[in-house]
Design a protein around this ligand. Structure first.
Ligand code: ZN
Length: 416
């Protein structure tokens, strides 16, 4: 298997030697199992070992699986999360108001990894010409059904060139939670450069490496998530491609993300240097590029694992009913890192129809509809998507569920 590992940096091609974190072996976090293939010997585990590039400072996973196998039939749907929909709606309102309010021509918007059209649906079709790019065919179909024009292909310089010939360039390119998930980040960024109009801009959202380290969000590491981004490493990449960040916003999504505003170097935009320098300073101050920091993080998550497993064993011995809530990719990293399975967690629940009736990869914990919680009356519910903790607890309480809640990131915590 090791010969499949690509050991050169995704940005600068430098050989990767320094380790960032080692999370053992794990299956692909989004390869949910069916009753039929649950026990198949074909279910593979891959090393989840994260590296750090000494030259461009990119924290990254080497490539183990062909991305076409990972993303061509993806079970992740954006639409089920209410808070994510609200976030998207707000983004569309703010961006259209700030940048296109006075525009008289029809604005062309392209979203990369547009999922089921959860975001593009908020653009007024009279004023905006929209296009989604979504590699997962099953999900692209859902968008098309909702009348959102969508192309089911992988985005990169090749597709960008083709699109530019067929449809012309775009005024706004959006990439939410995709930039960190593309294997060839250099070619993806190059594609953005090609497809952008002369004075167009792109916005990219991604979890910030600083938060991963600061809040011990190691579960956001999984094979589909190739790059763990900092402004320092993105600047290194963009400089080579004549792209430039002109503003940065901090977001609360996914445990602390950044939204960067990107233009061609030659384009005329006011550059908010204050916002950019502030984040660069924070990155340096937190020493997020230091081996000592990586080691401390590893020690801390190893300790957290021990506490969590000990708690589950204790509850099992007390005959408590313990279940989980949610079936996010990060939950799979977490459970597999802790080597927890159905012996300790009875089942999990999720609102996504594409996951109900399946099993979590690795741990093989079954996924049911959230309604099951009402009749089952669990004593404890482990919330796997900790970033949606408040939303989930309030929903469950409204349903009359009186369980205790466990969250594990950044540290183990039990609440009523
Ligand atoms: Zn590098």
């Amino acid at each position: 298997m090791d010969k499949m590992v690509r050991c050169n940096c995704r940005i600068c091609n430098n050989k990767l030697i320094s380790q960032f974190l080692d999370l053992g072996y794990s299956p692909l976090a989004n390869s949910y199992l069916t009753k039929k293939n649950k026990d198949s010997l074909k279910n593979k585990n891959f090393p989840l070992k994260v590296y750090f590039c000494e030259i461009c400072k990119l924290v990254q996973l080497p490539e183990h699986e062909n991305p076409k196998n990972i993303f061509s039939n993806y079970d992740y749907l954006s639409s089920p999360s209410i808070s994510w929909l609200n976030h998207s709606k707000k983004y569309v309102l703010q961006t259209t108001n700030k940048f296109f309010n006075k525009s008289k021509k029809k604005i062309k918007v392209c979203e990369l990894a547009s999922n089921d059209g959860y975001l593009l649906q908020y653009f007024d079709k009279k004023k905006y010409e929209i296009l989604g790019i979504e590699p997962a065919k099953n999900i692209a179909k859902l968008a098309i059904k909702k009348n959102i024009p969508t192309i089911s292909k992988f985005f990169g310089s090749k597709l960008a060139k083709n699109l530019k010939i067929k449809k012309g360039s775009y005024d706004l390119i959006i990439g939410n939670n995709v930039f960190a998930h593309v294997p060839n980040i250099r070619d993806f960024a190059k594609g953005i450069y090609i497809l952008l109009s002369k004075n167009g801009f792109a916005t990219l959202e991604f979890p910030h490496l600083l938060n991963l380290i600061r809040y011990k969000q190691f579960d956001t590491i999984y094979h589909e998530h190739f790059s763990y981004l900092s402004i320092k490493s993105i600047n290194f990449l963009f400089k080579k491609l004549n792209l430039q960040i002109f503003d940065i916003k901090k977001l609360n999504t996914h445990g602390g993300s950044l939204r960067i505003y990107v233009k061609k170097k030659s384009a005329n935009f006011v550059i908010n240097r204050k916002s950019i320098n502030k984040i660069l300073k924070e990155e340096n101050k937190a020493k997020i590029f230091s081996k000592n920091t990586f080691q401390k993080l590893q020690n801390s998550i190893d300790k957290n694992k021990e506490l969590f497993v000990n708690l589950l064993i204790k509850l099992k011995l007390q005959n408590k009913k313990v279940v989980a809530y949610g079936a996010p990719a990060k939950g799979n990293t977490f459970l597999n890192f802790c080597s927890v399975d159905q012996n300790l967690i009875d089942f999990t629940v999720d609102r996504a129809n594409t996951k109900i009736g399946k099993f979590l990869p690795g741990s093989k914990i079954p996924i049911f509809h959230p309604d099951k919680l009402v009749s089952y009356r669990p004593d404890y519910i482990i919330i796997l998507p900790w970033n949606l903790r408040k939303e989930i607890i309030s929903q469950l309480k409204k349903k009359g569920i009186k369980s205790k809640f466990i969250t594990c990131i950044p540290n183990l915590k039990i609440t009523n």
